[in-house]
Design a protein around this ligand. Structure first.
Ligand code: F6P
Length: 361
């Protein structure tokens, strides 16, 4: 009997989700002859009645999908099935409805594309309902353990590098210090990689404390060499000198909403060394770009492998990228440990090796 599988995307979106959906659909239909349903808005499509899903076809998953941004299935960060918003403004447990939805659709398995938060929720739901689950890692933050790469990260870095490419000429024209603030939550991977690739003079990440005097010194030293401008990349969760994060409040899922540490640093540098400084907060443009080649390749490889894992009944697992190999590991092992930048790691040594200030180790 042909299988029927569901695909869902949950948590914050990123580049490469549609390429993943395409790869899963093509592999499942063309190679195995299965049916594929796209569940809309994460697990919410299984909770709402009538059920919200679309049958996915080979025709629909054409080449346009490999290059498109966003997710054709939609996503959510605020509709946790165990804590689902109700019409009266309260939160209720709708996990039984999601499980019923899975059974009503007669799904043999679900492939969920998500980050740590949604992996945790989807895994809990699958265990409760006896649902067959395979996960694919996506997050621009690249902070999932076990996998060296998650979908969306490489594109986010490319976008940040492109921003630095555009900031540097205007910095040079106006003798300015340009500060670029990038996303990443508590992991400084985007800032570190983009900073190295984009020619930053200072890279600040949450994993390493910094000294404002050292930053001032770095800028002044650069001026003494005759260069009239400099570039700083700061990760959004870097703290102020008072050891607090700069927040814009909280998201619907109670996660902190970062934003503004670049403006804080801008004011500090102007005050301390009278540098003409400007801040750019890159924000969600890091998530909404066309996927770059690496993310398209990763998405396609993950998609094919995830379907093969369903065929092999390798459930409760996540596909990961390690040493140029695809492997499957228990979902728990990828979310219990948070993968941050190693302060003694290769890229920190690389940055320091060419004189970039990366904080005080
Ligand atoms: O986790 C991905 C991420 O883009 C973080 O880098 C960022 O802090 C956060 O999501 C933004 O979330 P939201 O889209 O809810 O503002």
């Amino acid at each position: 009997m042909a299988k029927r599988i569901g695909i869902l995307t949950s948590g914050g979106d990123c580049s490469g989700l549609n390429a993943t959906i395409r790869a899963i659909t093509l592999r499942a239909i063309q190679h195995y002859g299965w049916e594929v349903f796209g569940i809309l808005k994460g697990t919410s499509g299984l909770i709402r009645r009538p059920l919200e899903y679309i049958p996915l076809t080979v025709t629909q998953c054409d080449q346009g999908m490999v290059r498109s941004a966003g997710t054709i299935l939609g996503s959510t960060t605020k509709e946790n099935p165990f804590f689902f918003p109700s019409e009266d403004g309260l939160r209720v447990d709708r996990s039984d409805d999601a499980i019923e939805g899975y059974n009503d659709l007669k799904l043999d398995a679900i492939i969920a594309i998500g980050g740590d938060g949604s992996m945790r929720i989807n895994s809990k739901l699958a265990k409760k309902g006896g649902m067959n689950l395979v996960c694919i890692p996506k997050t621009i933050d690249n902070d999932l353990a076990e996998t060296e790469l998650s979908i969306g990260y490489s594109t986010a870095v490319s976008v940040a590098v492109e921003a630095l490419d555009r900031l540097q000429p205007t910095a040079a024209s106006h003798d300015r210090v340009m500060i670029l603030e990038v996303m990443g939550r508590d992991a400084g991977h985007i800032a570190l990689s983009a900073g190295i690739a984009g020619g930053a003079d200072v890279i600040l990440i949450p994993e390493i404390p910094y000294n404002i005097e050292s930053i001032c010194q770095q800028i002044q030293n650069i001026s003494k060499t005759g260069r009239n401008h400099s570039l700083i990349v700061v990760s959004e969760a870097v703290k102020t000198l008072a050891d607090s994060s700069v927040l814009q409040g909280k998201s619907h899922n109670e996660m902190p909403r970062y934003g503004g540490v670049s403006q804080y640093l801008c004011a500090e540098l102007e005050k301390r060394i009278n540098a003409d400084t400007r801040a750019t907060i890159l924000g969600h443009v890091q998530r909404g770009s066309q996927p770059n080649a690496q993310d398209r390749i990763l998405a396609t490889a993950f998609g094919v492998k995830a379907v093969d894992m369903v065929a092999a009944q390798d459930f409760g697992k996540m596909v990961i990228w390690q040493n140029n190999q695809l492997k499957s590991v228990p979902i728990e092992s990828t979310i219990d440990i948070y993968s941050t930048v190693d302060p003694k790691g290769l890229l920190i040594q690389t940055a320091k090796g060419i004189g970039i200030y990366v904080g005080d180790l």
